[in-house]
Design a protein around this ligand. Structure first.
Ligand code: SF4
Length: 274
């Protein structure tokens, strides 16, 4: 058994922390000094070390108190079995699913090569989507609440996968007792009545991307044919947000050296009612 204590002085108080039990003892200076020697089995050695520093009777009495603390397991308490921690075994609580390595926009600053991510333009398969859900369930340990964000590229161009994974998540929730929060990050270009309805019916939180003012947005976020997208995106966002009573969504803007006055873009979104 390792006898684990920490001793320190704080705000003029002499403090002993017994690591295994968590007990904190505020002691006097004599006991604080005794703890440099005391190991629970060497009273004579402690008496000798304190000789000339403190009265022998006081030291003897303090030894009795220390032994009492040991008996009630508040000093040199035995080791305990610590359950696996994040340090020993990482838990996964959220996944960002790259549902589409493709996009219907060609943003100039795109960190994902407008969906390619340095590879080929392709869609995530249902098998991979299901495997991702199983992975988070298997690696989230005792954690009940998990999160999946449908991301891309543009996830709305792979709606069959988004729907399939959502259905599979709900099935696995029933089997495992886990609770998933699902979000979808979209540029809004492919929003339409049907997918808006489905997103609402399935309680999918939305992250809506736009850059604010028309000139800022259109400068950076053309569609795949190089056309401006502001009017179409804003109309779709308006319809979508109204359909969910102004709830369960966030706006996300990307700001660059081209709009250092980005607060005006934030204001533009507020003025547009988002
Ligand atoms: S919408 Fe997103 S993924 Fe598509 S090009 Fe723009 S930044 Fe890239």
């Amino acid at each position: 058994m390792q006898k684990k204590i920490h001793k320190f002085v704080q705000n003029g108080m002499y403090i002993l922390l017994d690591v295994n039990s968590g007990a904190v003892h505020v002691v006097d200076k004599m006991i604080y000094d005794m703890m440099d020697y005391f190991d629970g089995e060497n009273d004579a050695e402690v008496q000798k070390a304190m000789d000339g520093m403190y009265p022998a009777g006081d030291v003897q009495e303090a030894l009795g108190e220390l032994h009492h603390l040991m008996e009630i397991q508040q000093l040199f308490a035995p080791d305990i079995d610590v359950p696996p921690t994040f340090k020993a075994k990482g838990l996964v609580k959220s996944l960002c699913l790259m549902t589409a390595h493709d996009c219907n926009m060609r943003c100039k600053y795109c960190f994902g090569d407008t969906g390619e991510y340095g590879g080929e333009r392709q869609m995530m398969s249902k098998e991979v989507g299901q495997a991702a859900v199983d992975y988070i369930i298997d690696h989230s340990g005792p954690r009940k609440h998990c999160e999946i964000d449908f991301f891309g590229g543009e996830p709305l161009i792979n709606m069959p996968l988004v729907k399939h994974v959502t259905e599979y998540v709900r099935k696995r929730e029933k089997e495992t007792g886990k609770v998933f929060k699902l979000t979808l990050t979209t540029n809004g270009l492919a929003l339409n009545d049907a997918n808006i309805q489905w997103l609402n019916d399935n309680n999918i939180s939305l992250v809506l991307s736009t850059d604010g003012r028309r000139e800022t947005h259109d400068n950076m976020r053309p569609d795949a044919g190089g056309n401006p997208t502001y009017d179409k995106v804003m109309a779709n966002f308006r319809k979508c947000v109204d359909s969910r009573n102004d709830e369960n969504y966030y706006m996300r803007g990307t700001y660059t050296a081209c709009n250092l006055d980005f607060t005006k873009d934030v204001e533009a979104m507020a003025d547009a009612g988002f």
